[in-house]
Design a protein around this ligand. Structure first.
Ligand code: FAD
Length: 383
């Protein structure tokens, strides 16, 4: 058997560390080994897009170094250790030439940032921010600079726009959509958030994409697809995230949009599990904290001997855009129905009803966000 080998968790993001914490609540002794490509610091990733308003350095965002995590949770962490392959039949993970035996393996290696292939002489000034190391590089690059162009008006683009504007920067946002948060909010609610951000001074360029970024003095000039140009110092690319699947696929695991797992978080291979940004759980990739916490609680039970399905409940998403806060409970992608919109000034309440008139989702902006709790009680959770 493989039982003397540790449970190996790949990744020390919120998924990896939350799972380790949940396992320790149930079993003080089972050996846990965490492998991570990064420095292994424990941090709350959502804080990356509030760091300028709150004036947080990368050091201040770190809640614990890997040594402290190892001590607190009595586990072993190997940092700067990138897994290069998985041999599921033999219960082995590869780190280059090294082979490590596991009893159970959990993949929690997160998502990649989508990178656009933009030409020009200024692309060294284009940054994407998906972890503490990215955040550090970005902050270092700012060094006295004041102007930022953000590509993308999704959740992360809008949050950085709000954060950097309030943090004292001059912010342009370029996005191909008609308004803000197009894949998350119905149009009226997206417009409400865009208006709130515009009111604090964020400049939106909707219906446009950046086609080239060239060096200009100490900054850059971005050319848009209509030929217009924007001079700026630094560019943030926030055009999306994709679950990391390549290594899983090469190792013979079933992948789709994410690493395919069932509701017990099991992959297509025995004793191999996945959760968090890399996982497609029962057909859904959910790149948020609440779902991964629910998965960590269920998986900890499964790993300690009680097979358990994840159950999510109702998980509204709140945008960190204080210029116009928004909260959304998206209807399931396959649900049929329509949005009913109510407005009060620039604040919007949008309810998604199915054909029977029962509430399947909602989106609230501004003052209407106060109705979040009451409405959440009326909506079925993701089952
Ligand atoms: P990650 O945190 O990406 O961790 C992946 C880990 O795997 C890392 O330790 C990495 O080093 C390691 N790794 C990768 N490849 C390998 C390898 N081959 N070998 C070994 N280790 C490897 N969600 C919300 O719910 N609310 C919010 O307000 C919110 N705000 C956000 C703001 C920003 C700016 C961003 C980027 C995301 C935000 N999210 C938010 C999403 C949320 O933060 C993520 O869903 C969550 O942090 C994902 O955690 P994870 O552990 O699955 O992945």
């Amino acid at each position: 058997t493989h039982d003397s080998a540790p449970i190996v968790i790949i990744g020390t993001g919120l998924s990896g560390y939350s799972l380790a914490r949940e396992v320790r609540k149930l079993d003080k002794n089972v050996p846990l080994l965490l492998l991570t490509a990064d420095d292994g610091h424990s941090y709350s990733k959502p804080m990356l897009s509030t760091g300028f308003t709150k004036e947080k350095t990368p050091e201040q965002l770190s809640m614990a170094d890997p040594g402290k995590m190892a001590e607190q949770l009595s586990l072993e962490v190997r940092t700067f250790t990138a897994v290069t392959g998985i041999d599921a039949p033999r219960h082995i993970v590869r780190i280059g030439d090294e082979e490590l035996k596991y009893s159970k393996l959990v993949i929690a290696w997160g998502a990649n940032i989508v990178k656009l292939d933009i030409p020009g002489s200024g692309t060294d000034k284009v940054f994407a921010i998906n972890d503490l190391a990215d955040y550090r590089l970005f902050r270092e690059s700012l060094n006295e600079k004041k102007r930022i162009l953000i590509m993308g008006a999704g959740l992360i683009g809008c949050e950085f726009a709000n954060d950097l504007k309030i943090g004292g920067y001059d912010v342009d946002v370029v996005a191909p959509s008609d308004t803000a948060l197009p894949s998350l909010l119905p149009t009226a609610a997206g417009e409400s958030v865009a208006e709130g951000l515009a009111n604090v001074g964020v400049r939106f360029h909707f219906g446009r994409v950046v086609t080239q970024v060239d060096a200009l003095g100490k900054g850059v000039v971005a050319t848009l697809d209509d030929g217009s140009t924007i001079e700026t110092d630094v560019v943030i690319s926030a055009v999306g995230l994709k679950p990391r699947t390549a290594l899983a696929k090469n190792s013979g695991l079933q992948v789709n949009n994410g690493i395919v797992v069932n509701r017990t978080l099991e992959t297509s291979e025995m004793d191999v599990f996945a959760l968090g940004d890399c996982a497609e759980v029962d057909g859904q990739v959910l790149l948020y904290v609440l779902p991964l916490m629910a998965c960590a609680r269920a998986l900890a039970k499964t790993l300690t001997g009680t097979p358990t399905d994840v159950s999510y409940g109702v998980m509204p998403i709140m945008t960190k855009t204080p210029a116009c806060p928004a909260v959304v409970l998206p209807p399931r992608p396959d649900s049929e129905g329509q949005w009913l919109i109510e407005r009060n000034g620039s604040h919007v309440k949008a309810l998604f009803n199915d054909h029977n008139g029962s509430l399947q989702g909602f989106a609230l902006t501004g003052d209407f966000t106060a109705e979040k709790q009451a409405l959440s009680k009326l909506v079925p959770g993701i089952h």
